[in-house]
Design a binder for this molecule. Structure first.
Ligand code: NAD
Ligand code: MG
Length: 399
């Protein structure tokens, strides 16, 4: 029997699960898998930023111990919707971080952006198994995060499809036999579009990803290919490899999710339909495998698999991210913060598509780096980079 702090008792064998960012694309896919085998899980916490209606609906169905909304202005909507349900409700940033420290066996980290860092750290601090979708956590605090992980003996399972693929085929017993880690990239919606027309790209065009259905921010990151840049940094902190061993290969069909090349010339890959429920299901079932409703891969139907080298001139964000990884220290954190500000400004139609890379580059040039050896130091650098990027955005708007 598993006894919980609040006295509720979970049935024998049930896993206590929390989903941070339950209303997002990864969050809803996670809940979809959980609802299919509802009896196996005891839901501890569900969290969202501002979608109180969806969070309430999820809570009514899954009966978590606690439902947390980040945006305090939405607290009363959530309270009204869950009135009389017996589900505990909390609101605000610190409640969100506290929710991640509620005892759980498995915690999905699916908040978008650096906002996910502290809740994810909080999940690590309790030594839980953390399924990590929130790549920005590793980008802005990779070394510090890994230290906390080691100290707490927490388990990290990568959910990002590329890293999940690598995790499945990486020989952790013999990392010295790995020659290369090759991340595949779809190339996004503008892979074949003439760069001369990039200036006129609208947010609607940028979020229309050809293969994956995802949240707005990661969709824009895929369109600029910053997403693959963030993923290079994520891979560096997830796997025991050198930066020089990391490669990117454009693969428009998104069937080969990534590959590991060994010293003998063997290349191992993980393949599947582009459906996040496969990597999420892998993390949920690990070390076992679970059934998922993802469409089974029909290679005869796919017919052909293409691969190209990435175009770093056309997609300069990818190049900037590589540079930031090479530079190390706080550079990835500055890159990430500036990108979040620039993407938000683009989505609210205050900036053009090509301005995103300009803001990121100018912020990287302007912000002085400092050692990221504590959470306050990480938060301060993130805040400083955001302040700088925002003032650059404001200047752009005035031009
Ligand atoms: P999304 O925008 O669809 O959902 C984000 C979730 O985070 C929502 O539940 C939202 O309420 C919550 N949130 C947003 N801002 C918040 C804040 N300030 N504080 C607390 N909660 C906040 O995003 P997504 O596409 O599900 O992506 C989530 C994360 O997973 C991102 O880091 C993304 O890079 C990564 N990821 C997503 C996919 C995908 O297929 N969507 C694939 C790989 C990796
Ligand atoms: Mg990915």
């Amino acid at each position: 029997m598993t006894q919980r702090q609040n006295g509720r008792i979970a049935n024998d064998g049930q896993r206590r699960i929390s989903v941070l960012g339950s209303t997002g694309s990864v969050g809803t896919n996670t809940l979809d898998l959980i609802s299919r085998e509802r009896d196996k899980y005891d839901i501890v916490a569900l969290t969202a930023h501002s979608n109180a209606a969806l969070l309430a609906e999820q809570a009514k169905e899954l009966r978590p111990q606690i439902a947390v909304i980040g945006d305090e202005e939405k607290a009363s909507d959530l309270k009204d919707a869950l009135n009389g349900s017996g589900i505990e409700i909390a609101a605000g940033r610190s409640a969100l971080i506290d929710a991640a420290s509620e005892p759980a066996d498995w915690i999905m980290s699916a908040i978008v952006g650096a906002a996910g860092l502290e809740p994810t750290l909080s999940a690590v601090e309790q030594g839980a198994t953390v399924a990590l979708a929130n790549k920005e956590t590793l980008v802005c605090a990779g070394s510090f995060f890994n230290e906390r992980l080691k100290e707490k003996g927490a388990t990290l399972l990568p959910v990002d499809s590329e890293h999940n693929a690598i995790f499945q085929v990486f020989d952790f017993e013999r990392p010295e036999r790995v020659e290369k880690v090759i991340l595949t990239a779809s190339g996004g919606p503008f892979r074949t579009r003439d760069r001369a027309t990039f200036e006129t790209i609208t947010p609607a065009e940028a979020v229309a990803h050809p293969n994956w259905s995802m949240g707005a921010k990661i969709s824009v990151d895929s369109a600029t290919m910053m997403n693959k840049g963030l993923e290079l940094i994520e891979a560096y902190f997830l796997f025991p490899i050198e930066i020089s061993q990391l490669d990117v290969l454009v693969h428009p069909q998104s069937v080969v999710h990534s590959m590991v090349e060994y010293v003998d010339g063997s290349v191992l890959a993980q393949l599947g339909s582009p459906d996040m429920r496969t990597p999420i299901g892998y993390a949920l079932g690990w070390p076992d495998r679970v059934h998922t409703p993802s469409p089974k891969l029909d290679l005869a139907d796919v017919g052909r698999l293409d691969f190209f080298a990435p175009d770093y001139d056309k997609f300069r964000c990818l190049w900037l991210a590589r540079q930031a990884l090479d530079q190390g220290g706080g550079a990835p954190a500055i890159l990430n913060a500036a990108n979040e500000i620039a993407v938000q400004a683009f989505l609210s139609e205050k900036l053009g598509f090509l301005d995103i890379v300009t803001i990121v580059e100018e912020t990287l040039d302007a912000v002085e780096d400092w050692p990221l050896d504590s959470l306050p130091a990480i938060k301060a650098l993130d805040a400083e980079a955001r302040r700088c990027a925002q003032s650059l955005v404001d200047q752009h708007i005035q031009r």
